[in-house]
Write a protein that binds this ligand. Structure first.
Ligand code: DOR
Ligand code: ZN
Length: 444
């Protein structure tokens, strides 16, 4: 729906009170300023603002102020697998990672294929108040790929579902995908595809290439992704609706997206921090933490993905944060479940790859991690300019080195492929409608 009623009606009470952030540089530009937020809205930005009545004062330590980050693709596992993540632990990880809004995928148990499930996810997130948790509705009932769900009912529910995806599974049937796209176009909601031809990936656990061949692992060809991306681009062209490509992984997918965008086709795409940085060489360790769908590819793919993000051919960074317990990860590689944690490491990785190398600046990070995701999902209140009158959804990042310790992450599980890695940037504070949801200075 293009309905701008936001936040959706629900249990949320409006943010009240005063918060002041001191010593920050919006987008990393200009002199340090202070920001005063009253009742969830930025009231003043200047060299000095009044903090006498502030309930919270955040020390920005001369860091960079960004609009709160938005992640279009996470798995918070509630309902059904609360042993691996809950809306509470996932929202805490999101807040620590600088996110103020996340979209949690529909492959829960039960599947988020009806308004009541979507509404309960939304309400729980709002009651916690750590992050706006937007449920993604499934495209087909039970993720079975056969019968479309009621997009309209979910879009008009209290959860205001604005994205639909069978992520984890591909909508393989071209007629079902066509109907989904037509249906979505009428409601102006987004259809997000997990592009994988399951006939080509039957039993596959690794990228099909020299590494998998050497290790004796069943290979997942690039064609499995690219053939679906190509088909969906054609469907978006013919039925004039927006299609989003989840977790793009190959240089060939980048070529297809470039061609589609040149032709004005309304396709958007995301890339994960792990596909930007890691390659299938990691599989030499046989560590199940490197198993992910789609799989880690080769250097040439990762380089093409990085360039595509720089060029805007890929629109956004999304984590595909996918918690799995040790019983599903610390086992034989081909038995391990696919998926990696991502919420607490994403910003640091993007800063390292693009800002510290001088390739891009913080304003660009704001685009690919906040503004574009909010725009693509038609999400009001997030990804907004840092300016007076705008919502106080903000993230403070500082250049301070830290090392990932998977046992210290907020998630219930420890399946981070970045455990032990050191980064030069970390999230100092996150504010949701002016309320600090994370402040490194006061964290216990
Ligand atoms: O690696 C993945 N894990 N890819 C998916 O598509 C699903 C996800 C999950 O739910 O664990
Ligand atoms: Zn996913």
């Amino acid at each position: 729906m293009s309905d701008m009623n936001y936040p959706p009606t629900g249990p949320l009470s409006p943010a009240t009170g005063v918060t002041v952030i001191n010593d920050v540089r919006p987008y990393g530009e200009g002199d340090a300023v202070s920001v005063r937020i009253v009742d969830g809205v930025i009231e003043e930005i200047g060299p000095e603002v009044s903090a006498a009545d502030a309930g919270h004062v955040v020390d920005g330590r001369g860091g960079v102020l960004l609009p709160g980050l938005v992640d279009m693709h996470v798995h918070l596992r509630e309902p059904g697998r609360e042993d691996t993540e809950t809306i509470e632990t996932g929202s805490t990880a999101a807040a620590k990672g600088g996110f103020t809004a996340v979209f949690t995928m529909a492959n829960t148990m039960p599947v988020t294929d009806q308004p009541i499930i979507a509404e309960s996810v939304w309400a729980k997130g709002q009651a916690l108040g750590l992050c706006d948790v937007h449920p993604v509705g499934s495209i087909t009932k039970g993720l079975e790929g056969k019968t479309l769900t009621e997009f309209g009912m979910m879009a008009n529910s209290d959860a205001k579902v604005r994205m639909f995806s069978d992520d984890g599974k591909c909508v393989t049937d071209p007629l079902i995908m066509r109907r989904a796209i037509e249906y979505a176009g009428g409601l102006d909601v987004l259809v997000a595809q997990h592009a994988e031809d399951h006939r080509l990936t039957d039993g596959a656990v690794a990228h099909e290439g020299p590494t998998a061949a050497r290790l004796g692992l069943r290979g997942w060809p690039r064609t499995a992704e690219e053939s679906v991306v190509a088909r969906d681009i054609m469907l978006a062209r013919d039925y004039h609706a927006r299609v989003h490509v989840c977790h793009a992984t190959t240089a060939g997918t980048v070529d297809l997206l470039r061609l589609a965008k040149e032709q004005g086709i309304t396709v958007t795409a995301e890339v994960t921090p792990h596909h930007l940085t890691l390659t299938d060489e990691k599989l030499e360790t046989f560590d199940g933490n490197y198993r992910v769908n789609p799989p880690l590819r080769e250097d040439t793919d990762a380089a093409a993905l990085r360039q595509a993000l720089i060029d805007g051919v890929i629109d956004v960074v999304a984590t595909d944060h996918a918690p799995h317990g040790a019983e599903d990860k610390c086992i034989e590689f081909d038995q391990a479940k696919p998926g990696m944690l991502g919420l607490e490491t994403s910003l640091a990785i993007i800063a390292e790859l693009f800002v510290h190398t001088g390739l891009k600046d913080w304003r660009w990070v704001a685009q690919v991690m906040s503004e574009r995701p909010a725009e693509i999902t038609r999400l009001p209140g997030h990804g907004r300019p840092i300016a007076v009158g705008e919502p106080g959804n903000l993230t403070v990042v500082v250049d301070e080195s830290w090392t990932v310790d998977r046992t210290e992450l907020a998630s219930k599980t420890e399946n981070s492929p970045f455990d032990g890695e050191s980064y030069a940037t970390r999230v100092q504070a996150t504010l949701l409608r002016g309320v600090p949801t994370w402040d490194a200075d006061t964290a216990s």
